[in-house]
Design a protein around this ligand. Sequence first.
Ligand code: SF4
Ligand code: SF4
Length: 390
Amino acid sequence: MQLSEQQIDYCMECGVCTGSCPVAMELDGFSPRQMIKRAMKEPEGDILSNPDLWACLSCSRCSDRCPVKIDFPAFIRSLREKARHQENLPKLSHHGMFHTITSIQAAQIEQDQVKSDGSKPDQVKSDRPKQDRVGWAKEAGKISQTGDYFYFTGCIAYYDVAFEYLDLKMIESARNNLKMLNKMGIRPVISNDECCCGHDAFWCGDEKTFEILAKKNIETIEKSGARTVIFGCPEGYSMFKEAIAERFGPLAFEIRHMTEFLAEKLPDTDLSFKADSLRVTFQDPCRLGRRSGIYEAPRQLIQMVKGCDLGEMEHNRENAVCCGTTAWMQCSSCSKVMQIQRLKEAEAAGAEAIITACPKCQIHLTCAKKNTDHDLKIIDLVSFLADNLE
Ligand code: SF4
Ligand code: SF4
């Protein structure tokens, strides 16, 4: 990523990013400004061997405030791409399980492409088991093979298995997204050929995997005939909105996050919601808030639920703080400190529950409160609506 001379000159005297960065507050020596300075002044090899390249959460708190619009997350991502070639790799969380799933998907897509070219058919194992990505949906509601709407499920089915130990039922969120769409008369396409959106590979600098997955997803969506793709996960949404649209755009379909879609459409339906008296707060996911500019839609949805009282944490909207880790890497004591601070902020706001619109926020905050005396519920927003339908 190239910075202009004017950006570099300003940057050498500034420091707004480091003062805004939640990681810099906890991790000794980590400073986005110093990293930019080093990348400008030192031979490139020095910065590429720095393990702190992986500490940034790409949460955009710094870039949102940068007076000369330096996109630090994009800057660090471009360095990560090069660092990988020097064997400077991130510490993957959960034993690298989610990155392995993504890599397997990309390898299978590549193998299938060889098959369709006809160039190396003997390398393709025709008896390879095919994943079942729609079984949960067939049980939960009505889906289609083709149609105007495509529901992008993302990796939530894998999380359902992986985070059972936290007493989370992650697939419920996808079921509730489908339930809400069905209630609105929409029977979305949910496809067996969908694959990971590539978010984690992209932010880990694994450009090749990201591109393979992105092309496959575009092809799958286009084949379905969908004109609108609805995402339950902010990461998938932001990937299509930013990286995929930039690399492969313009896209032949509109993309919507479920929260903005519901906030727009629900007022025109006769659906209403009522909960037992509950004071809640909202955790703005970085990909939905700062990276996509969606702050009000989730709050409007929460306020549609009678009996529910929404309070704000001290750091909210543009100032919200990340849930502590991203792209399934570098989960550390620094992540835990950030997560516990978030729980404390929610309690200070008088909340009995934190509502969020991101599966990873839900997982990370639930994990953080385990073995502590923070007695907050961590709730998925669409599930909250679906569970409180009148
Ligand atoms: S806020 Fe922007 S200009 Fe200031 S130090 Fe950070 S990157 Fe440089
Ligand atoms: S993107 Fe977030 S974690 Fe990374 S340097 Fe900026 S504020 Fe810090």
